[in-house]
Design a binder for this molecule. Structure first.
Ligand SMILES: C[S@@+](CC[C@H](N)C(=O)[O-])C[C@H]1O[C@@H](n2cnc3c(N)ncnc32)[C@H](O)[C@@H]1O
Length: 211
């Protein structure tokens, strides 16, 4: 089974446990701030935002609460079921971020939280090119990822019963270089507080340059 399929199988198994963990208010406060920052970079009113790898859909709720329209996509049925339970009126579809079923130039912004590190580094540029394809000119991408080096399947016996997931780690500079090479301008970058999130997580905002 390829890495992505294996990772999705794990999310199907751990969905309810994962969602209890991530819905804590101490995380939501930070996430809401960063979603609002993404929205503040977009001039369109009521902008259309893709929440890619949306997981339990809580960020779609936050996007809509703050004046955006959200479409959530994820490849895990288990996570999508959680999203539909949390936000029955939300729009959620099963989709692989490597091949998004949206027309070119469809979205004002993309919120990519904790998902691009689940594809091997050899595929990450293609994923970002796919994001670029469906973004409007001057569209915004807000992405967060784990800081570090290396990549591979990880199965921590203390986390989710040791179910394996693929992780690729990046430095801030490395991620900035990838987006810059693909015609994005870096707008801002900051690190989530490690004492709250328990991991070194970087949040970055990029704008697609004119085509
Ligand atoms: C760490 S969770 C993040 C969920 C949510 N965005 C958040 O910030 O809590 C990663 C999510 O990415 C999804 N995912 C992983 N690979 C994917 C792919 N190739 N296409 C779509 N979703 C994917 C997983 O199913 C999972 O819901």
């Amino acid at each position: 089974m390829e890495f992505v399929q294996q990772t999705i199988k794990t999310y199907d198994q751990i969905a309810s446990e994962y969602c209890i963990k991530t819905r804590q208010q101490k995380f939501l406060d930070w996430e809401e701030n960063y979603i609002m920052k993404m929205l503040s970079y977009i001039s369109a009113s009521n902008p259309l935002i893709l929440d890619v790898g949306c997981g339990d859909g809580r960020h779609c709720l936050i996007i809509e609460k703050n004046g955006g329209r959200a479409e959530g996509v994820d490849l895990s049925d288990g996570m999508l079921n959680e999203a539909k339970k949390l936000y029955p009126k939300g729009s959620f579809r099963k989709m692989d971020m490597r091949k998004l079923d949206f027309e070119d130039g469809h979205f004002d912004g993309i919120w990519a939280s904790g998902c691009i590190y689940h594809v091997p580094k050899s595929e990450v540029e293609d994923v970002i090119l796919e994001f670029k394809r469906i973004l409007k000119e001057q569209g915004i991408i807000a992405v967060n990822f784990k800081l570090g080096e290396g990549e591979g399947m990880e199965a921590n016996p203390r986390s989710y019963s040791g179910s394996p997931r693929y992780f690729a780690y990046y430095s801030e500079e490395e991620m900035g270089d990838i987006f810059s090479k693909l015609d994005f301008e870096e707008l801002e970058s900051c690190t989530y507080p490690e004492e709250i999130f328990g991991d070194k997580i970087q949040q970055m905002w990029f704008r697609l340059k004119g085509r």
